[in-house]
Ligand binder design. Structure first.
Ligand code: SF4
Length: 475
């Protein structure tokens, strides 16, 4: 039997409880148990004036931002609408049915002002990491690092080719916020000073972003396609993540210019920071070959961190002649032994004045005696076009050899599988959390977005592993 037509009838009085209308297994219920925001007001106290109109509660703004980053709501206008309409979002933000939702313009004032000055977003992120450590999700033994390009809020149409760009003509007083930030980070190793090579194009709206092209798709990005554009180059920043591979918890995150030197440098910054903050001394660092340069491997070995990283090695030879790998290193005597059994020495002269002798630092050259090579029956296989064979040895060759030896172990095979977890996180970041393109400009804006997104990912991880207990219905 068809029931009566549903008519909207406004009741005079309602008995309504938000608590009863939010599902027991809603993700926000679990996230709420781990979002520790009690100290925000105290943390920000000195950034508020003692007089004037009372502000919007900063905890409410942070709760709304967390909702936005946890559920991929990228627009602040839309976030305000969603919080206005969604009962679970209201419950998480501690807003009752009749409480007004703040205006979207409040966010930009606080984000660019007191949130940034106080480093509140980093404080929140570090609290979630500390919570993950306290709950046993981080063993701090196997860390993996990688970077991913996130498109900046900048377009090619509003950019200048390299030959026409001169930052010395910019007047900082009249410049927009993102341009001022660009001028501030010109000497920063993560941005302006990362490379002496100027980018092909510089954006007018966000000059610190890098004109770059995304690398080849990885297998994980094929399975979980990201929103980042493939093919043509675009303006971007890199989000650099350091994760613990046990439960894929992000232990640190850093925004940089999208070039390899800046990305490698950021891993060192992050490893130093987590040691200072959380006393994390990893047993190994897992990364791809982009991080396998001699100085980086040497830096890791000096800190007793095993580099599970493919070595960047350009010593291989084409044409079938023997490469450096065919020569044996004799560390005790500081020389190579060639396949013909002859020693290759770095210095053969005895200097009466030791100050005159070469320092031996940097790339060292080792060479056999010319007449030995000329008489050698293997010369055509070794150095067919030279009088004698020379071998070079980089400053960090010892660390490179340690990495090569690690690459032959079973643990390394496991590490290469674990490395994919970082790529999974990037795919999740872009595909599920919608961070394919930044909404904030400048290095600070990019860092703010990366920190909030990493906080949201860690909170979601905690919520998934430790869901809120379900209330059993009364019999
Ligand atoms: S050519 Fe010279 S370096 Fe090469 S195997 Fe013979 S002696 Fe050794």
């Amino acid at each position: 039997m068809m029931g009566p037509k549903q008519e909207a009838q406004a009741a005079l009085f309602y008995e309504f409880s938000l608590e009863d209308h939010v599902l027991q297994d809603h993700l926000l219920r679990s996230i709420d148990r781990f979002a520790d925001l009690d100290d925000i007001r105290q943390y920000l106290a000195e950034f508020y004036s003692h007089t004037g109109r009372p502000s919007i509660d900063p905890e409410l703004l942070i709760r709304m931002l967390l909702v936005g980053y946890c559920f991929g709501i990228r627009s602040e206008r839309r976030l305000c609408e969603e919080v206005h309409l969604n009962l679970a979002y209201r419950w998480f933000c501690r807003l009752d049915l009749s409480d007004p939702v703040p205006n979207h313009s409040t966010f930009s004032k606080n984000r660019h002002g007191r949130f940034r000055e106080s480093k509140l977003l980093r404080h929140l992120f570090e609290k979630t990491v500390a919570r993950c450590i306290a709950d046993g999700l981080v063993s701090c033994q196997r860390l993996a690092a990688d970077a991913s390009l996130i498109e900046a809020d900048a377009n090619k149409q509003n950019s200048t080719p390299k030959k026409d760009w001169d930052h010395s003509t910019i007047a900082p007083a009249d410049a927009p916020r993102a341009v001022k930030e660009y001028l501030d980070v010109l000497d920063d190793a993560a941005f302006g000073a990362a490379s002496k090579v100027d980018p092909k194009f510089t954006s007018h709206s966000d000059p610190a972003s890098q004109w770059s092209k995304e690398d080849q798709k990885t297998i994980w990005e094929i399975v979980f396609p990201t929103n980042a554009r493939k093919g043509p180059a675009f303006f971007s920043y890199s989000t650099n993540c350091l994760i613990d591979t046990d439960h894929s918890v992000i232990v640190d995150v850093e925004g940089t210019r999208s070039i390899r030197q800046a990305e490698v440098g950021s891993v060192r910054t992050m490893l130093d920071r987590i040691k200072d903050l959380h006393d994390i001394n990893p047993e190994r660092l897992i990364a791809d070959s982009g991080y396998g340069s001699g100085p980086m491997l040497g830096w890791l070995v000096d800190r007793n961190i095993k580099p599970h990283i493919p070595v960047l090695d350009k010593s291989g030879r084409t044409g079938g002649t023997w490469s450096r790998a065919d020569f044996e290193w004799d560390a005790e005597n500081n020389h190579y032994i060639c396949p013909g059994g002859e020693p290759h020495k770095q210095f053969r002269r005895n200097y009466s004045d030791p100050n005159r002798r070469p320092t031996g630092k940097g790339v060292a050259k080792y060479q056999a005696l010319k007449h030995t090579c000329q008489a050698c029956p293997s010369k055509m296989k070794c150095c067919p076009n030279a009088d004698a064979r020379k071998i070079t040895r980089e400053e960090h060759e010892g660390a490179r050899q340690i990495a090569r030896d690690i690459a032959k172990t079973k643990q390394y095979v496991v590490s290469m599988r674990l490395r994919k977890k970082v790529e999974m996180l990037f795919a999740h970041l872009k595909r599920i959390l919608g961070l394919g393109r930044l909404r904030l400009r400048g290095p600070c804006g990019a860092n703010d977005e990366f920190l909030l997104a990493a906080t949201a990912q860690n909170l979601r991880k905690l919520a998934k592993i430790f869901p809120a207990p379900q209330q059993t219905s009364k019999a």
